[in-house]
Design a protein around this ligand. Structure first.
Ligand code: ATP
Ligand code: FE2
Length: 322
């Protein structure tokens, strides 16, 4: 059978198709990216409009028929309510019309499972850095536990807000990365690690107020924020005694962040991995694969339990498939 995975926690509508060996046959990403950032309702309308064409294109790419699909999985949370509900509605409709099981997946966990599928890592500490999420996660005592996270905004949202105020298109992360390469003077910004948690709002305020040169500001924001993330990831590695780091989320595509994490891992004798780009950002394949692991362990989601959970916590899930 083939597995269909639907992702829609934020601005990306993802449709993935896999086989039972974990081969990704299609992984369609359809991103709503307005200049001014995400409006949840408009992103949801985008997902609704694109759902049918995206499904058709994914099935064409995978060269399968709807009747070949044996499992429908969808991102049940966390995320933006209107986006989650739109994609969940499509998943329920598909599952009932095809008469196949439905599985609701925790989006953060899916970033780990796709890394375990597509990179050599087996039991990593995940540094998950995206627009809306910033968490350090690892598997202990039957669950994926959050060892550290942002106390305010996600790092990507912070970069996007800074970019918007400085006339950069959305998403600003890649633009900031480029500008940072031409900066070299380190502007003082509030390095904010509190216990195992991080905070970015003070850095944003300081950067917006600063009259330093833009390239230097981009450079300094990267240096400070990524050092914070690397520090917390290292402490999680030390605490859990794990020997692998996995990167996930859109910000994890940043070369400077990757270098810092790789250097830290190397110095500890650990290994660092990241899934290929389209599987590192939000995507349907990771939802499909995680849904399949859950299904194989006997977990399905009856329609009456398929309501979306905007604040679905990573450590709410009993990970019985490991
Ligand atoms: P989630 O719903 O998981 O929070 P998301 O909707 O933010 O995810 P992603 O594609 O995982 O989606 O991440 C998008 C974010 O990644 C944006 O904030 C964008 O600015 C940031 N980003 C993308 N590429 C880079 C880069 N090269 N450097 C820094 N940030 C980047
Ligand atoms: Fe994500």
């Amino acid at each position: 059978m083939y597995i269909l995975g639907l992702e829609g926690t934020a601005h990306t509508l993802g449709v993935g198709i896999l086989d039972e060996d974990g081969a990704v046959l299609a992984n369609l990403l359809n991103t709503y990216s307005p200049e001014e950032g995400i409006h949840p309702r408009e992103a949801a309308n985008h997902h609704a409009r694109k759902m049918l064409p995206a499904l058709e294109e994914a099935m064409q790419t995978a060269d399968i028929q709807p009747s070949d699909i044996g499992l429908v999985s969808f991102s049940q949370g966390p995320g933006l309510g209107p986006c989650l509900r739109t994609v969940a509605t499509a998943a329920r409709a598909l599952s009932s019309s095809l008469d196949v099981p439905l599985v609701g997946v925790n989006h953060c966990i899916a970033h780990i499972e796709i890394g375990r599928l597509t990179t050599p890592c087996d039991d990593p500490v995940l540094l998950y850095a995206s627009g809306g999420n910033t968490q350090v996660i690892a598997f202990t005592r039957g669950r994926y536990r959050v060892f550290g996270e942002t106390l305010d905004i996600g790092i990507g949202n912070m970069l996007d807000k800074f970019g918007r105020e400085n006339g950069m298109p959305f998403p600003a992360g890649p633009v900031i990365e480029k500008k940072a390469k031409d900066g070299d003077s380190l502007i003082s910004l509030p390095y904010s690690v509190k216990g195992m948690d991080v905070s970015f709002s003070g850095i944003l305020t300081a950067a917006l107020k600063s009259d330093a040169e833009l390239n230097d500001l981009c450079f300094s924001m990267q240096e400070v924020c990524f050092a914070m993330l690397t520090e917390v990831t290292e402490r999680a590695l030390a605490h859990t005694r794990k020997e692998e780091v996995l990167l996930g989320g859109g910000v994890a595509r940043n070369e400077r962040l990757r270098n810092m994490v790789e250097t830290m891992a190397e110095e500890r004798g650990a290994a660092a991995y990241a899934p290929p780009g389209p599987l590192c950002v939000d995507n349907g394949a990771m939802i499909g694969w995680t849904g399949y692991l859950m299904y194989r362990a006997g977990l399905t989601t009856p329609i009456e339990k398929s309501a979306v959970m905007q604040n679905y916590r990573t450590d709410d899930v009993d990970v019985i498939w490991r």
